[in-house]
Design a protein around this ligand. Sequence first.
Ligand SMILES: [Zn+2]
Length: 337
Amino acid sequence: MHQSPVEAAPKAELHIHLEGSLEPDMLLALAQRNGVSIPYSNADELRAAYDFANLQEFLELYWAGQSVLRTERDFYDLAHAYLARAHRDNVVHAEAYILPQGHTPRGVPFAAVLDGALAAFEDARHAFGITGGLILGLNRHESEADALAVVDSARPWRDRILALGLEGPEKGNPPSKFTRIYDVARDLGWHLTAHAGEEGPPEYIIEALDVLRVERIDHGVRCEQDPALVRRLAEAQVPLTVCPLSNAMLKVFPRLEDHNLRRLLQAGLCVTVNSDDPPYFGGYVNANYTKASAALGLTVDEQYQILRNGFVAAFIHDDLRSRYLRELESAWSASRQ
Ligand SMILES: [Zn+2]
């Protein structure tokens, strides 16, 4: 299949939820394998449900999807399927959220979640050369004590976890709720990120930076409501992991054409493009690049800048970062001959 230069380019993906990469076919297969009943009687009904109309329908589907994930093998299969699919989009470095709080309350062992996903990353490194790892996600609507329990449970995997992240409904759950948890994670040597400024106000982005001291912001698109914050993000080159198709689907912007990705890029911010929950939001990372490019009229130089930002923003050693930036540069100039 012919790919455009932006599709063919080596790229990093920094904002993807493994649970949100569950395809309808795998959901059905796992439901059958584990004997879990789901509120969809066949594949067509389930595929129709993936074409949800609002946030509530999305969440109901999302929760039903989570319930089929039970064993270490399930988490391996889930992560492996994502990594194999990402490889087809020429993702060479992937940092993926995993959310133990979505599973352990159902009786799934913490070790099954982490060991399954980590083994898939290990195998993908050998099979596809993909680097990266896991961002340990915390549900922001759950308590600080719950969050601390997650971090404590993760201690045996301390050296195999890349970062701590915060996800879930923003409103009423400011980043400052997790200040102490982020202090613990920093002491464990993890990188730090958090969802902020997707549905929440610019103040949440400021809190994530000043109080949680995160290195990058997931989404962050509502920073535009605060010009001083936009200037600050540009000056400090704080990366934003933007997910255009997700934002359009969840009506953060009325239409993809209204997305501020290009304006933020032109304001000098380090914006990256990512897929968030790809089968739910209409595409993997390449679809995000191509559809956003078409809707916003991104120039080839802007596409290159965004691809580059992905590696600049990645939680990797500078040697590897330099290698990826060189590979991107040579692939990009070759594809544009
Ligand atoms: Zn997300």
